[in-house]
Design a protein around this ligand. Structure first.
Ligand code: SF4
Ligand code: FES
Length: 256
């Protein structure tokens, strides 16, 4: 296939960026999207030009490192597919493909298609852990967990922290990400001791990072490569309400 790429090039967060057009020639339909970018970069390097900077690691859809907006859609046109698992057979000869970085105030561009997603790490650090001593591995089934909760916790734990939900949201909200992280611990017995503090701390950090509010557009769910449902946000809101009321009551008691 021969394609035309409109790629966002930007030196760093302080320098304005612009689209640059490249020809991507002799691209195999078997290549992944990132392999196609590798080929374009090899040709740029051969010509002595600066290669296109993009993030990647596992290339197996599990690490959450890759992520670009392809023709206006985070991770590209295929549902539940990360950019590294997107293959060129999803495109046709002669296509014009626009490739941009995640767009969000909380994700400043580091270079070209790479953004700084450390805001998501700080949301995790604020509460995405348990402090119970875990000791050695417990016997299987020593802690009974109802199957419905185990399944929901596993669904939430599928979040790979890619940030596509933020990129897709018109408010650049990180609610789906935060909800997944709060839910996968909050649904299990091991996550109960810090359940209330966790949700308050993670929401406060999410706001401090400059992520926007959720106004129920549900674009996050459509863009999520791991199929995290907006129902998770419902659980987050319920947990936040309970924790806020409990905090208010505790503060009122201390004030007596
Ligand atoms: S909720 Fe989905 S889109 Fe958001 S960070 Fe997790 S895996 Fe990525
Ligand atoms: S490179 Fe790891 S999920 Fe894409």
């Amino acid at each position: 296939m021969n394609l035309t790429l409109n790629v966002w090039r930007q030196k760093d967060a302080r320098t304005p960026g612009r689209f640059v057009t490249y020809a991507a020639q002799d691209i195999s339909t078997e290549m992944s999207f990132l392999e196609m970018l590798d080929v374009v970069n090899e040709r740029l390097i051969e010509r002595g030009e600066d290669p296109i900077a993009f993030d990647h690691d596992c290339r197996e859809g599990i690490c959450g490192t890759c992520g670009v907006v392809v023709n206006g859609r985070p991770h590209g046109p295929r549902e539940r597919t990360t950019a590294c698992q997107l293959h060129m057979r999803s495109f046709t000869d002669g296509d014009v493909i626009t490739i941009e970085p995640w767009r969000a105030k909380a994700f400043p561009v580091l270079k070209d298609l790479i953004v700084d997603r450390s805001g998501l790490d700080r949301v995790i650090a604020a509460g995405g852990f348990i402090s119970a001593p875990i000791g050695s591995a417990p016997d299987a089934n020593a802690i009974p967990v109802r199957k419905v909760f185990a399944d929901l916790a596993m669904d939430s734990a599928a979040c790979i922290g890619c940030g596509a939900c933020v990129a897709a949201c018109p408010n650049a909200s990180a609610m789906l990400f935060t909800a997944a992280k709060v839910s996968h611990l909050g649904l299990l017995p091991q996550g109960q001791p810090e359940r209330r503090e966790r949700v308050l701390a993670m929401i406060a950090q999410m706001d401090a990072e400059g992520f926007g509010s959720c106004t129920n557009h549900e674009e996050c769910q459509a863009a999520c490569p791991k199929g995290i449902s907006v129902e998770t946000i419902g659980r987050l809101n319920a947990d936040f309400l309970v924790a806020s009321l409990g905090k208010g009551r505790r503060e009122a008691k201390l004030g007596d």
